[in-house]
Design a protein around this ligand. Structure first.
Ligand code: LMR
Length: 374
């Protein structure tokens, strides 16, 4: 194992371009932290001092190299979706306001990393920014599982109220110890069920194989329906449905339309049973290594983009719903209030199942964001 002194020395004497400097700093800081944790030789003050020394060295190297900081933003969806649009808007505003200082590169459609690999890549600082679905964080914090509880939010306005509440904002910081910082929430919309048979009541889903995101709550949701959940990367869903590896899925209209899911699913049940939203995240060490004035401007831009994305996402989904109707490729089923209540009753036990991990207080706070309490 390298000694901390050696790592710092190696860093200072090696020649880097600024991009490599940042990557090296983050990797080195991570290694130092692990060394420190492993050996418990150094106390936290020393840990902070070493990190600060390396980070400040990075600033001088970066300034010396006079190259822009590169932010690779990788995601798995199409450019036309709320997340795709948000990433492009962020790139454009950074280009306008931080030209020469920061450069954002956007990689949509799993073109750089797909599900499963993107978080690992962020932690290794191979990408610097992601916006994974909130369903994909349970490995890092159990609390964020709250967003997957079925029938928790009445509508997307309730989702926004919760995200902007103190409880919602605190979740952005809940993974910092793991090296992940949340900068904001981008909503897609509520999810709809799809299959090649009509799903009107919970019993219609029995025995069907549903593609789910990598989430224990979503796994439990389909088990509660006596269906068979299959965890599958987003980029593999279309083929999975086409070949019959899975029979159904749950997506908001924007993902159904942009992935052409309606072409391989005869029916879409407008269930609005769960949420698909994202957390925009960065590698904590990378983020903290950015000079303060630039970081403040990036935060400001991100906040502006978040407001825009969240203002437009529901309408974008409604427009995609209309395109699906116009395509005549799939039939949209509307549930009666009684039918919807049956779906809610069937999956409600999932709340109790995850209450211990999520926390009853947090669930109450989320419920309180609904306009009318049930
Ligand atoms: C999914 O896997 O269904 C979604 O998380 C994809 C996305 O990012 O919208």
């Amino acid at each position: 194992m390298l000694k901390n002194r050696d790592l710092v020395h190696k860093f200072i004497t090696k020649r880097f371009t600024s991009d490599r400097v940042f990557r090296y700093v983050v990797a080195t800081t991570d290694r130092l932290k692990h060394n420190i944790e492993d050996t418990t030789m150094l106390k936290s003050t020393l840990k902070k001092a070493v990190s600060a020394m390396i980070i400040s060295a990075a600033f001088s190297f970066s300034a010396w190299a006079n190259e822009p900081i590169v932010i690779k933003f990788s995601h798995v969806v199409a450019n036309e979706t709320p997340k795709g649009q948000g990433a492009l808007m962020f790139q454009k505003l950074v280009e306008e306001r931080l030209a020469g200082k920061v450069k954002v590169e956007v990689y949509p459609n799993s073109s750089l990393y797909g599900d499963g690999k993107e978080m690992e890549a962020l932690l290794l600082n191979n990408v610097q920014m992601l916006a994974p679905s909130l369903a994909k964080f349970d490995k890092y914090t159990k609390k964020i599982q709250i967003f997957d509880l079925p029938f928790l939010f009445d509508d997307i306005e309730a989702v926004q109220r919760f995200e902007q509440s103190e409880a919602g904002k605190s979740l952005l910081k809940s993974m910092e110890e793991k090296g992940i910082t949340g900068l904001g929430y981008w909503n897609n919309d509520l999810k709809q069920l799809s299959a090649n048979k009509e799903l009107r009541e919970p019993r219609d889903a029995r025995g069907l194989k549903f593609r789910v995101q990598n989430s224990e709550v979503l796994d439990a949701q389909f088990k509660a329906l006596k269906a068979v959940p299959r965890k599958m990367a987003f980029g593999e869903m279309y083929q999975g449905l086409q070949t019959g590896v899975v029979n159904g899925a749950e997506n908001p209209y924007s993902n159904i339309y942009s992935q052409k899911i309606h072409e391989v699913q005869k029916f879409i049940t407008e269930s609005n049973h769960g949420l698909l939203s994202y957390m925009v995240i960065v590698n904590t060490n990378f983020w903290n290594s950015i000079p303060e004035d630039i970081r403040a401007e990036l935060s400001k831009i991100l906040d502006e983009v978040s407001v825009e994305v969240n203002k437009k996402s529901h309408d974008l989904n409604l427009a995609d719903k209309q395109k699906i109707i116009d395509s005549k490729a799939s039939t949209i089923i509307t549930l009666t209030p009684e039918q919807r209540e049956k779906w809610r009753d069937a999956v409600r036990p999932v709340w109790k199942q995850f209450e211990g991990e999520i926390g009853a207080d947090l669930i109450q706070a989320a419920e309180a964001s609904n306009k009318k309490m049930r």
